[in-house]
Design a protein around this ligand. Structure first.
Ligand code: NDP
Ligand code: PMR
Length: 388
């Protein structure tokens, strides 16, 4: 039977039972004391739920059966931003196969729990863990918590994102970086860099690190030429720390802030980062690094900050005019393929799907595939997240 543990803890002691000892969490309720009753400041409380027993974490990639045949153990995939849209749909698609245990890495625990239940995800098929990509401390804490859960890491999906299309002034992460690039790129950059070690340790036959890209970050497409166009320039804003106050909040160092461009720039950073991972680590580790454009999922929460007229017209426009529309369920299946389909093991690839929903290796724009720029983004990002 699936084990249900509800806990409310301060962030520093968040969420998961000690190594290899899920039972202890149930037997020692003191360790999972509900701080919500005692905490004077409820805002400090982070709710955590170990919704399930973690999957089998056998030391070998396969477990022996009595008939002598080997069966693959359940894989463990971490998906950031699995509380809505694409992330939730992919979490559901993977969990439903029974082959994957999904760790939903989300900033809003209760939203994620409600979303998983409403989507009909079976208890036992997922674990929710707190992750706020707008705080590098939270990223580090997530990695610690994940490691304490003693689950292996077989696939990591950097999916979460924010889009601030109408913003003309920047907002900033806890570490003072412009929010769109801070969350979409820098938070994921630190997460992926730290969790690479966990992927390396996994004995799963096909380990994968996936970072979401997009058509709108690629200027070799019509969609990528709709203003404001993405462009990282000479990266002087990133080098200056995207602070806004004394420099620029934009990667290219532009004086004025443009929220729509900041998102598209963050997607170029995502696609460049995937390729730099591939160049640095694929040969040595065998890990598959991939990115994708899942189609235009015009109904997701990504457009929540857009003007109401856009939200009304965007789905029919994409469905009937560009024909680029995909449903959340279909996009979830596509991302699930990139996580687990045996035919999508090639590394360094940016996947897309044609009108018949068949996957193909797509071409990135010149800027989104520039190795010099990728190296520079990598090195500057390392400094900003405290890895160099
Ligand atoms: P949604 O807004 O539905 O999902 C985004 C997720 O990111 C949400 O779960 C959100 O959490 C989470 N998130 C936002 N900020 C943070 C943060 N600081 N820390 C942790 N999680 C955070 O958007 P989509 O599903 O559409 O987008 C998913 C990915 O797909 C993105 O990378 C996007 O760039 C990409 N994509 C989307 C396309 C589309 O047409 N929609 C097209 C191409 C690519 P919460 O629920 O708490 O808000
Ligand atoms: Mg775009 C040719 C087709 C096409 C496709 C596949 C997209 C995808 N878009 C296309 C065309 C057009 N769009 C055209 C012709 C226009 C002018 C009317 C247009 C406009 C437009 C706007 C205003 N499109 C947008 C916006 C947004 O605010 C979205 C955006 O840029 O988010 C960053 C968006 C998108 N169009 C897409 C996709 C996938 C998006 C959203 C998301 C993303 O890149 O993540």
């Amino acid at each position: 039977m699936a084990l249900q543990v509800q806990a409310a803890l301060l962030p520093s002691t968040l969420s998961v039972p000690k190594k290899g000892n899920l039972g202890a969490a149930v037997k020692e309720p003191a360790a999972f004391l509900s701080v919500s009753q005692k905490a004077k400041k409820p805002s400090l409380v982070v709710r955590a739920q170990v919704a399930t027993a973690p999957p089998v974490a056998s030391p070998g990639a396969s477990t022996s059966r009595t008939d002598g045949k080997k069966t693959l153990r359940q894989g463990v995939v971490v998906i950031t931003g699995a509380s809505s849209g694409l992330g939730l749909a992919a979490a559901k698609a993977l969990a439903e196969t029974g082959k994957w245990h999904v760790v939903m890495a989300c900033r809003d625990f209760l939203k994620a729990a409600t979303a998983a239940k409403s989507a009909g995800m079976a208890a036992g098929s997922y674990t929710i863990m707190h992750l706020d990509l707008a705080s590098l401390d939270s990223v580090r804490q997530f990695v610690d918590n994940f490691r304490r859960s003693d689950m292996p890491l077989d696939a990591l999906v950097c999916n979460a994102a924010i889009y601030r299309p109408t913003a003309r002034t920047p907002t900033f992460t806890a570490d003072g970086y412009e929010m769109s690039v801070g969350v979409n790129h820098l938070g994921h950059f630190l997460l992926a860099r730290l969790m690479l070690d966990d992927l390396k340790k996994s004995d799963y036959p096909s380990r994968r690190l996936i970072i979401l890209g997009s058509i709108t970050g690629n200027s070799n497409t019509l969609a990528g030429n709709i203003p404001p166009k993405a462009g990282l320039g000479d990266l002087r804003g990133l080098a200056g720390g995207l602070r806004g106050q004394n420099g620029s909040a934009m990667v290219d160092g532009a004086e004025s802030f443009d929220g729509a461009k900041a998102y598209k720039d963050s997607k170029i950073c995502n696609m460049l980062t995937m390729q730099e991972f591939h160049r640095r680590f694929h040969e040595e580790t065998g890990i598959t690094f991939a990115s994708l454009y899942p189609g235009c999922i015009a109904t997701t929460g990504l457009f929540r900050e857009h003007i109401p007229l856009f939200r009304l017209l965007f789905p029919p426009f994409q469905r009937f005019v560009t024909k680029g529309f995909v449903s959340e369920a279909e996009s979830g299946k596509r991302l699930a393929q990139v996580v687990s389909d045996p035919s999508l093991t090639k590394s360094g690839v940016y996947w897309s799907w044609n009108k018949d929903s068949a996957s193909f290796e797509n071409q990135l724009s010149q800027e989104a595939s520039d190795p010099q720029k990728a190296k520079k983004v990598w090195e500057l990002s390392e400094k900003l997240v405290g890895l160099a």
